[in-house]
Design a protein around this ligand. Structure first.
Ligand SMILES: Cc1ncc(C[n+]2csc(CCOP(=O)(O)OP(=O)(O)O)c2C)c(N)n1
Ligand SMILES: [Mg+2]
Length: 433
């Protein structure tokens, strides 16, 4: 670890890592008391990643956490009670008890976009936030996190490519904790460094030790500054380890003992404490003060959360569907008259149709629109619908059985290769063959 920060910065990083761990320890206790409503994920051993990266952001910047980034929320200013209440589905929680994990954000004050469970989807979303900030002249940076597993989704690549081509002020932290559920990295990506994925988009990247909070922070700060100065998106791969299973239900017995032992000996908080005492930034007394501060804070926050009521039953039906003005204040700004850009005026007549298609009867006597078999009978070769030439080209005659070299077979093949007309049942069958 290098010495390059102010004393306060060093101590802040320590405090938030300790707070991150203590908040999650408290939630494990709540989980065992059956007070946690949804799944409980852990970032044990990964605290330096969430804290070190989020600490590099300014107040005006935006972040969107994933399941193992509670530390980032705490750094951005979310009170621990919100995290507790959210997981306990309490009425005073940010989502008023509608979610049992960490799907909440704060667009107005803290600039936090709610997590999206579909891995990778936050990348284009946060790219959009970054571009919007630039459009509004705000000089903000947007940040999100993705796992080693999540970096193999299609939307990861689409999102990164989009961010790169737009030169979005966006920092992506690729949290390589060696596992995606029970799949080790080596079995899903043929790369030594996942940061190499950045080469495909022509953007810069870093590889850092995710258990060294100072290295994580200084790298993230450099990346955030570069993104803010117009250099475009940056990918940071942090190498770390998921110390517990995917969630509370997973004992992670598939993790080799040696691997676990290696990383447990590299606990990010223990490593940092060693550094801080060697640099005379933390002694037994100041450590005790921090212990007491966190204990006092979390005891009050937990009490508040436990005393918060569960939502009233009738609330279950509210706030589920968008109700327009009561739900949000975002309104479309129509540049053309609405009638001109919405149906029926905006509807285009079908290029070609199939007679009877859409008029079949369903068992409940309504119409069963997509069942060819239900369409009315009509004669073979009847002229139902003229097919435009371009369409006819695409409906070439279906492959014939093994050709028999006889005059009559050739003649038949030639005949069926001319589908100028698609006729109801028989044509549909032909086309599907
Ligand atoms: C697109 C998509 N596919 C699958 C899942 C199910 N899923 C949730 S977490 C997870 C593993 C993620 O592993 P990784 O990205 O390495 O993150 P980690 O859990 O290690 O933090 C999977 C497959 C999902 N949420 N979204
Ligand atoms: Mg992982």
């Amino acid at each position: 670890m290098k010495k390059a920060l102010t004393r306060q910065q060093y101590l802040d990083l320590y405090y938030f890592m300790r707070l991150n761990r203590a908040v999650e320890d408290t939630m494990v206790k709540l989980f065992r008391q059956n007070k946690i409503v949804g799944g409980l994920y852990s970032s044990l051993g990964q605290e330096a990643v969430s804290v070190g990266t989020a600490y590099a952001l300014e107040k005006k910047d935006w972040l969107a956490p994933m399941i193992r980034n509670i530390g980032a929320l705490l750094v951005k200013g979310v009170p621990p009670r919100d995290v507790f209440m959210q997981h306990m589905a309490k009425y005073d929680s940010p989502t008023k008890g509608k979610d049992g994990t960490s799907h909440f954000g704060d667009l107005e004050n803290l600039h936090i976009v709610s997590p999206i469970s579909m891995l990778g989807d936050l990348i284009p979303v946060m790219t959009g936030v970054a571009i919007a900030g630039r459009y509004l002249g705000q000089k903000i940076v947007a940040m999100t996190w993705i796992g080693d597993g999540g970096s193999s989704t299609g939307v990861f690549h689409e999102g990164m490519n989009f961010a790169a081509v737009q030169k979005a002020p966006f920092v992506l932290v690729l949290e390589n904790n060696q596992w995606a559920y029970s799949t080790p990295v080596k079995r899903q990506v043929p790369l030594e460094n996942l940061a190499d994925r950045a080469k495909a988009y022509g953007i810069p990247s870093y590889v850092v030790d995710g258990n060294d909070v100072v290295e994580v922070y200084t790298t993230a700060k450099e990346a955030v500054d570069r993104a803010r100065n117009g250099e475009g998106p940056i990918l940071i791969e942090v190498k770390t380890f998921r110390r517990l299973g995917h969630a509370q239900h997973d004992p992670a017995e598939y993790v080799p003992k040696e691997m676990r032992a290696y990383w447990e000996a590299r606990d990010p908080i223990a490593l940092y404490e060693k550094f801080l005492s060697a640099e005379k930034l933390l002694d037994a007394n100041s450590k005790k003060q921090i212990d007491e501060k966190i204990e006092k804070l979390l005891s009050a926050e937990r009490d508040f959360a436990e005393n918060s009521p569960l939502p009233p039953a009738e609330f279950a039906a509210q706030g589920v569907y968008c109700t327009g003005d009561d739900c949000h204040k975002v309104a479309p700004k129509w540049e053309r008259p609405i009638a001109e850009v919405t149906p029926p005026k905006s509807s285009v007549p079908a290029v070609w149709t199939v007679k009877g298609f859409g008029s079949g009867k369903a068992s409940g006597s309504g119409s069963a629109p997509i069942h060819f078999g239900d369409t009315e009978k009509h004669e073979e070769n009847s002229k139902d619908t003229e097919v435009p030439e371009a369409v006819a080209e695409t409906i070439k005659a279906p492959a014939q059985p093994r050709p028999v070299k006889s005059k009559s077979a050739k003649a038949t093949a030639k005949k069926s290769a001319k589908p100028a007309v698609v006729s109801g049942k028989s044509a549909a069958r032909k086309a599907r063959r």
